[in-house]
Design a protein around this ligand. Structure first.
Ligand code: PLP
Length: 416
């Protein structure tokens, strides 16, 4: 069958789709697999209990279940939920926003698909505009989201060594070129895959740059503030008319509800609402119903800070210690400073094999990770570093994570 450009773009077997196929096939056998490759949030018993309790309340409240299941909301989202979101952000951060600054969409993935394609690509004037990632590595899921080709451009980071086996990326502002064809800057914070948290100072700088150049700054807080709060550094989130702030319910433990929230200026919200009406009519309501009272009471902050963050921070610390224990300290390997999200980003400097070969060797030993080269959307220039890193997920059960890390350490030591 022949497909349109749109059809071709979204069905072409790109690197990541092939990799997912590969993972699927690897998983279909009967042998034990150590899944350190995915992005699923952990199942945290206290959080699961809370959501179960909320569901029971919805079932017990006369008419609420029927209302939740049986009604479309407006294309902007459920009114009660939007009210709760506005009050929550005003109270938490003092942002000057109203209901007209909020839109509820079907997850962060959908949000960025809408944003990227409405802001970049070919314009009526004949201009071609792009999205700038000021720091790669960046989220693999952005890579194939552009309907037009070459929608993204990116800047490689500065690398700062923190100790013998730890480093951190910073934005290379000196070389960051906000050319006329950039319509928006985009960062995930914390960053998937590295666990980097772009500092407040960097965000302020990006915001000033975006404002000066009349562009937008999009901040993807899938793991970050204010919820689910899988962010280990202290940050002060900011919002302004030129900032598009996106959060999602997925990493709170509700990925199946497909719910995200965008805080943006009224014009952007109107456009997103229109696109949502055309593509989906409206977002799903279950997540909005479950979370509304938690926003109203502020409990969502408490569970993020007191349960979710410590849970992941502990898992991250344990994973780092365990990995380092099994690595030969003389090898020049580095982990990115773990500042949030669900991943360790391992850089094997000067490893004689590529990260793709490392991935293949690990797959043979039943450990799945994601090779680093997929995490450089918009950065096509050759750079050895791209082939020296892998992403390791530490969110799954402790026994599997430990065993997986041991096999990774052993395989890397062998390869050096
Ligand atoms: C940085 C980032 N943004 C967005 C998403 C999309 O998540 P969702 O569509 O479940 O909100 C993910 C998922 O892993 C992510 O890591």
């Amino acid at each position: 069958m022949k497909l349109s450009n749109f059809g071709e773009k979204l069905t072409s077997k790109t690197g990541i789709l092939q990799l997912m196929d590969d993972l699927g096939k690897a998983l279909s056998g009967k042998e034990k697999i150590y899944m350190l490759g995915g992005g699923n949030p952990a199942h945290i018993p206290e959080i699961e209990q809370l959501f179960r309790k909320r569901m029971q309340e919805i079932l017990d409240n006369k008419g609420e279940f029927e209302h939740m299941m049986g009604n479309y909301t407006t294309s902007q989202g459920d009114n009660l939920f939007i009210d709760a979101v506005v009050s929550f952000f005003k109270k938490t951060y003092g942002w000057k926003i109203t209901n007209k600054n909020i839109c509820v969409l079907g997850g962060g993935q959908t949000t960025f698909f809408f944003l990227f394609n409405m802001l970049a690509g070919k314009f009526r004037s004949g201009e071609f505009k792009k999205i700038l990632f000021p720091l790669v590595p960046e989220y693999i899921g952005y890579t194939d989201q552009g309907i037009a080709n070459n929608l993204f451009t990116a800047q490689k980071p500065l690398i700062k060594f923190i100790d013998n086996h730890t480093f951190k990326y910073f934005i290379d502002f000196k070389n960051l070129n906000l050319t006329k064809d950039i319509s928006a800057i985009c960062v995930s914070r914390p960053t998937n895959p590295t666990g980097n948290v772009v500092t407040d100072e960097e965000v302020e700088k990006l915001s000033r740059l975006a404002k000066k150049h009349n562009t937008l700054l999009m901040i993807d807080n899938a793991y970050g503030a204010p919820f689910p709060g899988i962010i280990f550094t202290k940050t002060t989130p900011i919002w302004d008319e030129h900032i598009v702030y996106s959060v999602s319910l997925s990493k709170l433990g509700l990925p199946s509800t497909r719910t995200s929230i965008v805080v943006a200026n009224e014009e952007i919200i109107e456009y997103l609402t229109s696109i949502n009406a055309i593509v989906s009519l409206t977002a799903a309501t279950v997540g909005q119903h479950i979370v509304t009272p938690l926003l109203q009471s502020g409990e969502i902050t408490k569970i993020s800070e007191n349960i979710i963050r410590p849970f992941y921070q502990r898992k991250s610390n344990d994973a780092i210690l365990h990995f380092q224990k099994h690595m030969n300290p003389r090898n020049p390997y580095y982990l990115h400073k773990s500042e949030g999200a669900l991943f360790l980003w391992l850089w094997c400097k000067n490893l004689p094999i590529t990260s793709m070969e490392l991935y293949e060797r690990l797959k043979k030993k039943k450990v799945l990770v994601v090779p680093g080269e997929y995490f450089f959307p918009g950065y096509d220039k050759p750079w050895k570093h791209k082939n020296e890193c892998v992403r390791i997920t530490y969110s799954q059960n402790e026994t599997d994570v430990k065993k997986g890390l041991e096999i990774i350490a052993e395989t890397v030591n062998e390869a050096y």
